[in-house]
Design a protein around this ligand. Structure first.
Ligand SMILES: *[C@@H]1O[C@H](CO)[C@@H](O)[C@H](O)[C@H]1NC(C)=O
Ligand SMILES: *[C@@H]1O[C@H](CO)[C@@H](O)[C@H](O)[C@H]1NC(C)=O
Ligand SMILES: *[C@@H]1O[C@H](CO)[C@@H](O)[C@H](O)[C@H]1NC(C)=O
Ligand SMILES: *[C@@H]1O[C@H](CO)[C@@H](O)[C@H](O)[C@H]1NC(C)=O
Ligand SMILES: *[C@@H]1O[C@H](CO)[C@@H](O)[C@H](O)[C@H]1NC(C)=O
Ligand SMILES: *[C@@H]1O[C@H](CO)[C@@H](O)[C@H](O)[C@H]1NC(C)=O
Ligand SMILES: *[C@@H]1O[C@H](CO)[C@@H](O)[C@H](O)[C@H]1NC(C)=O
Ligand SMILES: *[C@@H]1O[C@H](CO)[C@@H](O)[C@H](O)[C@H]1NC(C)=O
Ligand SMILES: *[C@@H]1O[C@H](CO)[C@@H](O)[C@H](O)[C@H]1NC(C)=O
Length: 702
């Protein structure tokens, strides 16, 4: 045995024999729990499982900090102490390296990726090149020439890592002191010196992320059913959440199905996003830019639509789960087809969708449309009218609108699910002509920094909340254009357009709230007090999650939309929460939804003054019809994504001994155990004598 391991053994013995005396310092050295760990988890669809998992008791590997791709040889072939847990700087988190690790997985116990504090210079998208390839409108039946992104590859950066399966755990670590401890432990114990193998004890990392579900969705749903009859122990849950919607005119939401005389213009945006890791999905360009624009447009339209109500109703819809084969939009279309929504498809006049609009180049926005439905003359006419409305809405604003080549299909968008049902006229607004401008699509780098949301130094959080960034100004213009176009599209008078203007302050506050911190004074005022715990001091996670309750983004958008489109009414909290305006009111709840929000505290007071908001904002299920009501877990038309359940997610590092040392430790351990048993026996039999002057809580950790 070398000097180090002897020293270590002595430390260990010392620690074991003098519990509570010298142990803590040694304990820290050999045992560090990682505080901030974000795993990659397992998801399943009709035919595959993707993501990552560890064994039930966690996977242990000797730490290896990878320095370059060539350095992989140590992990995969030459290193003498496999398996290894590989620490990757984010620049090495590439498809090439990850696939080599995947193929050599017998020598790999896990991977920890150190998330950088600033975005990388290179492109990075772990998503596929053709998002939602099989569940949009462009199937072989619709137009074989347009299927499978034949004409335009939307996300050429996509390396597909998010859709691979790894049979070892992969975690993301923040670049902080934890990571420094890991690097130091590696340098101190594991680094091969002068080409010779490092000596025991070695620094090791153990990652726990065991996943309960295996194989595919049909298999795990079957196991759910079997388990449920014995104990309510599920193995997987369908991905899903709630869509948020509101209408400019109240629509009776109790009577579902077709509404005579109702003609609605759908204004849509998507809410969700994802990344390789479970709960980091900032979705700044991919989701937030679009739905914040739509929220601001809804706000800009409140007065105009109340004072000079246009003929058609504008229906704002915010779809959840679109990343995973259009869960939210496919569900709403399904509900419309089955008389399970407040209106049906016959009521839908047209669709205007706001996609990624945060990264304009040369101040251009692109109006995408579907070439196939436009082959029909009457549909084409309606699309042209919508385009004209958009153009006239953009006059005087600081950007130009252009159309891509007419033969180009739509980018991935919720509107595709409407077109799958029937040829509805519609436009999708994007910041790109063909492939995405977004270099970080569905990755953790699609964040505030990427949208250039930054603040002068030394601003307090309150000041940052109010500071109008250039991004906010730019999105405000888009929102103004969208609002005016919607108003015209709904049949509103031209004379009103000039009065419709989005508010940069609101846009900047939303960007701050969603991309920097939701726990801010403004968001706090908009929500009921019992939802305060949903507000966080960091960026919102837009991963859709599983369907049990509505997630933080859904709740926030629901309450913001109510504040922006609704009105405050002076009724009691009790009536408000019972969905009525007074004791005799039985009708309002069909038309409106009432929310009691906590409001702000007046000056010189700490007590908030709540109030009641009446709006047309509703939630509707964003759960794939494949689960409910169809129960077709191998559906080709609807999303079949489920998320596995798990029990423990954690990581820790410690020193491992060689096998001899482990046996020695075991021996010592048994010795200590016997000694302590004797001691305990002795102490408890003499306790009355030993502790007669009152007990003190002992400090021992064992
Ligand atoms: C399930 O996901 C895998 C991985 O992305 C994909 O290759 C496959 O086509 C999907 N299966 C279905 C039925 O959608
Ligand atoms: C991280 O380490 C630095 C330097 O060692 C120290 O100043 C700082 O307080 C540590 N931060 C935390 C959160 O422990
Ligand atoms: C983890 O968090 C705990 C409590 O917050 C702290 O005492 C400990 O030092 C942290 N660990 C590391 C490695 O920073
Ligand atoms: C490695 O080699 C250098 C020079 O060859 C020598 O000075 C150093 O002591 C060696 N280190 C170890 C750990 O053997
Ligand atoms: C065009 O679409 C309209 C409405 O969907 C339909 O009524 C009409 O028959 C279609 N025209 C042709 C030529 O297909
Ligand atoms: C539009 O696309 C078609 C087919 O891809 C191509 O032949 C045509 O040149 C394109 N037109 C323009 C203006 O780019
Ligand atoms: C919206 O929120 C603001 C700020 O809390 C508040 O002053 C206003 O009354 C609210 N309006 C509605 C309609 O809820
Ligand atoms: C709200 O209603 C109560 C009771 O009807 C009344 O006393 C109060 O002045 C009203 N408040 C406002 C702001 O109208
Ligand atoms: C709040 O307190 C300050 C100083 O205590 C006082 O001058 C001011 O009038 C108070 N404002 C209200 C609205 O009570």
């Amino acid at each position: 045995m070398d000097l180090l391991s002897i020293k270590w053994t002595i430390n260990l013995l010392f620690c074991c024999l003098f519990v509570g005396v010298g142990c803590n310092s040694v304990d820290k050295k050999i045992y560090v729990h990682l505080n901030y760990t974000v795993p990659c988890v397992r998801l399943l669809n009709a035919s595959h499982q993707i993501g990552c998992q560890s064994s039930l008791s966690g996977d242990v590997g000797v730490l290896h900090v990878l320095e370059s791709e060539e350095n992989l040889d140590w992990v995969l072939r030459t290193g003498p102490n496999p398996p290894y847990t590989v620490i990757l700087e984010s620049s090495l988190f590439t498809r090439s390296i990850m696939m080599k690790l995947k193929n050599g997985s017998s020598r790999v116990a896990g991977v920890a990726v150190v998330a950088p504090n600033t975005n990388p210079a290179e492109n990075f998208s772990p998503h596929t090149t053709c998002p939602n390839e099989n569940t949009g409108v462009y199937t072989e039946n619709y137009d074989p020439a347009l299927a499978h992104c034949n004409v335009t590859v939307w996300n050429p950066q996509g390396n597909g890592l998010s859709y691979e399966e790894f049979d070892f755990p992969i975690f993301s670590l923040k670049d902080d002191n934890d990571t420094q401890v890991i690097r130091q432990c590696y340098l101190d114990h594991n680094r091969p010196m002068n080409g010779s193998a490092p000596q025991y004890p070695l620094c090791a990392m153990q990652l726990y992320s065991h996943m309960s579900a295996v194989t595919d969705t049909a298999t795990c749903m079957r196991r759910n059913d079997i388990n449920f009859s014995i104990s309510p122990e599920m193995v997987c849950d369908p991905l899903g959440d709630y869509n948020v919607w509101a209408s400019t005119k109240p629509i009776n939401n109790t009577a579902k199905g077709h509404k005579m005389w109702e003609s609605v213009v759908i204004a849509a945006a998507r809410l969700d996003s994802r990344s390789f890791f479970f709960d980091i999905a900032p979705g700044a360009d991919s989701g937030v830019s679009g739905f914040v624009t739509l929220l601001a447009a809804a706000h800009a339209l409140r007065n105009a639509t109340q004072e000079a109500q246009p003929n058609r109703t504008i229906l704002y819809t915010f779809f959840q789960g679109e990343t995973f084969d259009y869960i939210g939009s496919s569900r709403m279309v399904y509900d419309m087809e089955n008389k399970n929504f407040a209106v049906d498809l016959d009521n839908v006049h047209s669709v205007l969708e706001i996609g990624q609009v945060g990264l304009r180049t040369d101040s251009k926005l692109w109006l995408h449309s579907d070439p196939v439905s436009r082959r029909n003359g009457s549909v084409n006419d309606e699309v042209r009218k919508l385009i004209n409305n958009l153009h006239s809405a953009a006059t005087g604003l600081n950007f130009t609108l252009q159309e891509p080549n007419v033969s180009q299909p739509l980018p991935p968008s919720s509107f595709q699910r409407f077109l799958r049902a029937r040829p509805i006229p519609g436009i999708v607004i994007e910041d790109h002509q063909s492939s995405f401008n977004n270099r970080f699509y569905e990755s953790m780098y699609d964040n505030a920094e990427y949208l250039k949301i930054s603040y002068p130094p030394n601003l307090t959080p309150e000041e940052q909340l109010e500071f109008v960034t250039d991004t906010a100004k730019a999105l405000t213009e888009v929102a103004t254009m969208v609002a005016r176009a919607l108003y015209k599209q709904a049949g509103g008078a031209d004379g009103q357009l000039i009065n419709i203007n989005a508010d940069p302050k609101i846009v900047t506050q939303m960007l701050y709230g969603f991309l920097v911190r939701s726990n801010n004074a403004w968001f706090q005022q908009m929500i009921p007090s019992d939802l305060m715990s949903h507000l966080k001091d960091n960026p919102t996670n837009f991963y859709v999650g599983v369907a049990q309750q509505s997630s933080e983004p859904t709740l926030l958008v629901q309450h913001l939309l109510a504040n922006f489109t609704g009105s405050t009414i002076n009724i009691t909290q009790e009536n408000c929460q019972s969905q009525r305006e007074d004791e005799n009111d039985k009708e309002s709840k069909h038309l409106y939804y009432y929310m009691w929000v906590q409001g702000a505290a007046p000056p010189n007071s700490t007590k908030r003054e709540g109030f009641c908001v009446r709006s047309t904002v509703r939630l509707s299920k964003a759960l794939s019809p494949a689960f409910d009501p169809l129960r077709e877990f191998t559906s080709k038309d609807y999303s079949t994504w489920t998320e596995s359940r798990w029990k423990t997610i954690k990581g820790r590092i410690f020193l491992v001994a060689s096998h001899e040392l482990e046996m020695l430790t075991l021996g010592v351990g048994v010795g200590v155990l016997l000694t302590s048993l004797l001691l305990t026996y002795f102490m408890s039999s003499k306790a009355d004598i030993l502790f007669s002057s009152g007990r003190e809580p002992t400090n021992a950790t064992y």
